[in-house]
Design a protein around this ligand. Structure first.
Ligand SMILES: Cc1cc2nc3c(=O)[nH]c(=O)nc-3n(C[C@H](O)[C@H](O)[C@H](O)COP(=O)(O)OP(=O)(O)OC[C@H]3O[C@@H](n4cnc5c(N)ncnc54)[C@H](O)[C@@H]3O)c2cc1C
Length: 327
């Protein structure tokens, strides 16, 4: 195919782990599980990333007995351990069983159910039965069939299309946008990639991926977990001297009104500059509040400005006053 300009925007696809028996009809990817019209009484989820977590929360809400099988030795390793502990406790209260350091070595399709052979870190081998198995072990670039080699388009060692900060590939007139270029895999990053291209073609050609300072994200478990900036552990690793504010979600009148009092909030402040380095909210409506906080962080003002901002009552945002006043 020839064109003056080519934009590759083919997204990502689920990785399917090479476990014997993985081709069983009872094993689903996230897209396939959404199409399932029968409710699984038991759901085994392979992978403890955000997709695995969201499906665990959704199906536990439906009443399925959910088991999360995680290979690593830490639950939600990218989050601070106090937040991860709170999330785990909340999921477990909903009946989700979390198994760390667990490898699935085989899946046996017995007809109505799948039997998973699981191996723990101490070498113990056990069995787990489920009506459905979800694989959520990561996503890779959707480049199959594009014949990138023919155009000389380079990919990373993980198979994502290599781009510069203006999303240009190594071949002039070919760009890669969205999940396929290996950036953060979010709908709104794909949208922001589009803004960069639009600015190049029709604007001042100033926008780059380097402009993205604080990218918020939400994990749609119940309640949602949202985060922006650095975690406390990451800030310390980077050499910041920090103070952390923490507050239980139950402190929020709005959360009590919603009867959603599980959860925890946390803010990380740079002792030297009073800048807000990071914010995590595991509570109702966090996917809204996090956008207020990221907008604030982009202004570079000291945390005290947000602490003293007037918010409506009752709202989940007003808890920012209380959270930041604990410092
Ligand atoms: C279960 C799940 C939950 C998610 N939840 C969220 C969330 O809550 N919030 C969020 O922001 N993001 C979420 N994401 C991520 C989000 O879906 C992606 O980041 C986003 O869709 C990426 O957009 P994109 O434009 O790169 O590609 P896509 O939206 O994947 O679109 C790519 C399109 O290209 C098509 N295509 C592929 N190959 C070819 C080809 N050879 N020829 C022609 N067409 C082709 C595909 O069929 C597809 O229509 C979630 C993803 C999953 C899997």
């Amino acid at each position: 195919m020839e064109a003056d300009r080519i934009f590759i925007n083919t997204g990502a696809k689920p990785d399917v782990p090479g476990i014997p028996g993985i081709t069983s009809d009872l094993v689903y990817t996230s897209a396939e599980l959404l199409d399932l019209n029968q409710w699984p009484a038991r759901l085994a989820i392979i992978g403890g990333g955000y997709i695995g977590m969201e499906f665990a929360s959704i199906y536990a809400g439906f009443g399925s007995k959910v088991t999360l099988l995680i290979r690593g030795n830490r639950f939600m390793p990218k989050e601070d351990s106090d937040i991860a502990t709170e999330v785990r406790r909340t999921l477990e209260n909903k009946g989700v069983q979390v198994l760390l350091e667990t490898e699935v070595s085989e899946i046996v399709d017995t007809g109505p159910t799948a039997k998973l052979i699981v191996k723990s870190a101490d070498g113990t081998v056990g069995e787990l039965e489920a009506e459905a198995v979800l694989t959520a072990t990561g996503r890779s670039a959707n480049t199959e069939g594009l014949n990138l080699q023919a155009a000389g388009v380079e990919v990373t060692n993980r198979g994502f299309i290599k781009v510069d900060d203006k999303l240009r590939t190594n071949v002039p007139h070919i760009w890669a946008i969205g999940d396929v270029n290996g950036g953060p895999q979010f709908t709104y990053i794909s949208l922001d990639d589009y803004r960069i291209i639009k600015d190049q073609l029709y604007g001042k050609d100033l926008r780059t991926t380097e402009d993205r300072k604080n990218i918020p994200y939400s994990v749609f478990i119940d309640p949602p977990l949202s985060h922006v900036g650095l975690t406390e552990e990451e800030a310390i690793r980077r050499g910041y001297s920090v103070k952390a504010a923490k507050l239980a979600a139950a402190a929020s009148p709005r959360a009590r009104q919603f009867k959603q009092t599980e959860g925890l909030l946390k803010a990380v402040i740079d002792v030297e500059t009073n800048a807000l380095l990071g914010f995590t909210m595991f509570a109702a409506e966090s996917s809204e509040v996090v956008n207020t906080v990221s907008t604030f962080m982009n202004t570079g003002q000291p945390y005290t400005v947000l602490r003293d901002t007037i918010f409506t009552h009752p709202s989940m945002s007003e808890i920012l006053n209380d959270l930041l006043s604990t410092i």
